[in-house]
Design a protein around this ligand. Structure first.
Ligand SMILES: NCCCC(=O)O
Length: 728
């Protein structure tokens, strides 16, 4: 087809055009095969700069790529360090975008998103919004630009927080044009809103010089003449911005041909441009060389070409205001580096938000610590608990000789109190975070919390359950062996539990040590600032398994305790029987754990998390200690009963209980009788003790083997005195 065009009618000597790159590229790739120079007045595709593909091509318009320097100058000026790009996938736009991305990387500008489209851009625009883009470099034709801005409107990607920098050669009021081939469903008002304040980068279309150029006209005179020629209002014409380039293109060709003609005329024999034919390399080369050296003052400014045939010249930044674009800056590449962009004094930029928008949402990292007030409250409660535990301890020691206290295993009670104090301390350790301790100390606080709570639990409940176990043994063992469980044995059991804890935690420290884990969550402070909340926690790689095994071990201990409490529920000797209170303690701990553990796992709020766990530990510990020790406080006011007080299990045949002293006479009589019976019982007990001394350490009481410190005769004597009831 091109061939036909060139071969029809007269021989062409040069090609002018086209306007759009998609037409220029294929024609310029062919025209040089006919030795024809081609000059485009407005094609912008960077591809056209490739001399091997387009050897005889020139253009009056710079390639789109050159505007990247203007964009970078803008980004630096407004301190925009994070940008996004959106481009249409044709060479005219993908090449400058690729060049921009390379330049951005070199200049340390972060590309937070780079989207491209060939047809409908909606999805890509939405993606930009999702990526948090604020400064967007757009490269697309105006028919796609309308779809882009319509979607931007729908996504809220417009307004004072956003900056769009697009190409500057669209038609006047392009966003109001309706193009059935590229439809969108936004109203004109919505489009007005969406495009408000966009920036463009472009070649400077009209020279700033006041003096006449090569045409003998000033720029002003040219524009008036053009205005008159098109019948007024040239901005209303599509492509009006290209008019100066078209005018200067014609002048370029004319000047080149004039100079070529003069050169050809001077040849021997003289030649003329009229002699040009498609295989005339000599004349074609003359045209090319003269074209390369073009240098004149056009209405669009100085006209010169680079070695690639591209226009050299000034560039501009324009901003959309109302119905039009207003020049707000001029970029002169010949000026000192960093000083190329001059902002207009006449048209200062008025920002919708009063200042240039930020390039991205600011992420402000904030460490979330436990509130100091909550820490103080919980520490006060924990200290009150510790004081109470110490008071119980003092009481327990002071009245340890009293029968009631003595029979309630005071040493084991002391262990319960020790465990309670450790549990109270465990409340304080995590709260130290509120005074902003360093990470190492934080991990130590986690460790202290875990160790004190676990050991405190084993100590308190271990002691409580083992002493109940002793009561259980006394009332379930029908042999003389029932007195065999000593305090040191109970201590031993508790120590085993504590050592188990130490082994488990020690193994954990060696094989899976706890470390600091910083969890992040985001919270919008305002449209520009997002708070990144940093919450410190302690964890380890297999934390689930460790916590699980700890829960299982302690759960088993609680089940054992509940079993003992149930078994000893009918023992009616108050000093021995803690079963009701132990049962309640187990119940408290289980309920609080069942509520507290899941709640603490799902709660993100650091204060709520701490407060719930700390309160649960406080209440579980306090209720346990109070239930074990408050009933014992009455011992101070009680009349010390004489003799031993035993009661058997509820299903025993000889069940007894202690009657409280009463002031009236009848009661006094009964008390006297009890005292009398008590004396008799004491005597019997003494004999029993002697007999027991005889059977220890035999495992078979019926054999009546004597221990080493009693003679056989004394044993026999004791048996005689005790009567037949002791011969089982
Ligand atoms: N100056 C407008 C360029 C358009 C294009 O190269 O297709």
């Amino acid at each position: 087809m091109y061939k036909e065009l060139y071969n029809t009618s007269t021989t062409k000597i040069m090609v002018l055009g086209a306007g759009c790159s998609i037409v220029t590229q294929p024609t310029a790739q062919a025209s040089h095969l006919w030795n024809l120079l081609q000059l485009s007045y407005s094609s912008a595709s960077p591809k056209l700069s490739e001399r091997d593909l387009f050897p005889k091509f020139f253009r009056m318009f710079p390639p789109e790529t050159v505007f990247n320097v203007v964009k970078f100058a803008m980004l630096h000026h407004f301190n925009w360090r994070k940008v996004a790009t959106l481009h249409q996938t044709i060479e005219l736009f993908s090449l400058p975008t690729a060049d921009f991305l390379t330049g951005a990387r070199l200049q340390g500008i972060e590309i937070i998103a780079s989207e491209s489209f060939s047809e409908d851009p909606s999805l890509q625009v939405t993606n930009l919004k999702k990526q948090g883009a604020r400064i967007i470099i757009g490269n697309f034709y105006e028919n796609r630009a309308r779809q882009v801005f319509c979607q931007a409107y729908k996504d809220g990607l417009y307004g004072e927080k956003y900056v769009w920098i697009i190409t500057g050669w669209y038609s006047n009021e392009w966003w109001r044009v309706r193009d059935p081939a590229h439809p969108h469903d936004c109203t004109s008002e919505q489009m007005d809103e969406a495009v408000r304040g966009y920036f463009t980068t472009d070649a400077l279309p009209l020279s700033l010089a006041q003096h006449p150029g090569v045409s003998g006209k000033t720029t002003e005179q040219f524009w008036e003449e053009y205005n008159e020629y098109v019948g007024g209002n040239p901005e209303s014409l599509s492509g009006y911005q290209e008019a100066p380039y078209g005018y200067d293109s014609v002048w370029t060709i004319a000047l080149m041909l004039q100079e070529a003609e003069e050169m050809l005329q001077r040849m021997d024999p003289p030649k003329s441009i009229a002699d040009f034919s498609y295989d005339d390399d000599e004349i074609a080369d003359i045209f090319y060389n003269i074209m390369n050296k073009t240098n004149f003052e056009g209405v669009s400014g100085p006209v010169q070409f680079t070695a690639a045939g591209d226009r050299k010249g000034l560039m501009q930044v324009e901003r959309q205001i109302g119905n039009t674009e207003v020049r707000v800056g001029i970029y002169d590449p010949s000026r000192n580096p960093g000083d190329e962009l001059t902002w207009s004094q006449e048209n200062p930029i008025i920002w919708q938000g009063g200042r240039p928008p930020l390039d991205s949402i600011i992420e402000r990292e904030t460490r979330v610590n436990i509130s100091f007030a909550i820490f103080i409250v919980m520490t006060a409660l924990a200290l009150a608990g510790i004081i109470m535990a110490v008071a119980f301890l003092a009481f327990n020691i002071k009245y340890r000789a009293k029968r009631y206290i003595k029979m309630s295993s005071p040493k084991m009670n002391n262990l319960i109190l020790g465990g309670g104090i450790l549990a109270y301390l465990s409340i304080i350790f995590p709260g130290v975070d509120s005074i902003d301790i360093d990470d190492v100390t934080f991990v130590w606080m986690c460790r202290s919390n875990l160790w004190s709570l676990a050991i405190g639990f084993s100590m308190a409940f271990g002691a409580m359950f083992t002493k109940t176990w002793r009561v259980h043994r006394i009332f379930t063992t029908k042999t003389a062996m029932r007195t065999m469980i000593k305090d040191y044995q109970l201590y031993g059991v508790v120590m085993v539990l504590i050592i188990l804890d130490i082994i488990v935690f020690g193994f954990r420290e060696i094989f899976d040590p706890i470390f600091l884990d910083v969890q992040t969550s985001r919270q919008n402070q305002d449209e520009d600032v997002v708070l990144v909340l940093l919450r410190r926690t302690c964890t380890s790689h297999y934390v689930v398994y460790w916590n699980g095994s700890l829960l299982v071990l302690n759960g088993l201990l609680l089940v054992f305790g509940a079993f003992l409490a149930w078994e000893t529920r009918k023992v009616t000797v108050p000093a021995l029987n803690d079963s009701k209170y132990i049962g309640m303690s187990v119940y408290n701990v289980v309920v609080l754990s069942f509520v507290g553990v899941p709640v603490s796992l799902v709660l993100d709020d650091v204060n709520a998390h701490y407060a719930i766990i700390a309160n649960f530990v406080f209440f579980a510990t306090t209720l346990t200690l109070c239930m074990v020790f408050v009933p014992k406080l009455r011992v101070r006011n009680e009349v010390e009963p004489k003799g031993t007080m035993f009661s058997t299990m509820g299903n025993s045949h000889n069940q007894q209980s202690i009657t409280e002293p009463a002031p009236d006479k009848k009661i006094r009589m009964l008390s006297d009788r009890i005292e009398n019976l008590q004396d008799r019982l004491d005597k019997k007990n003494n004999r029993i003790k002697e007999l027991e001394s005889c059977v220890i350490p035999s495992s078979d009481a019926t054999k009546g083997e004597c221990s080493s410190d009693l003679s056989t005769e004394r044993c026999e004597e004791a048996r005689e005195q005790a009567g037949p009831s002791h011969h089982r």
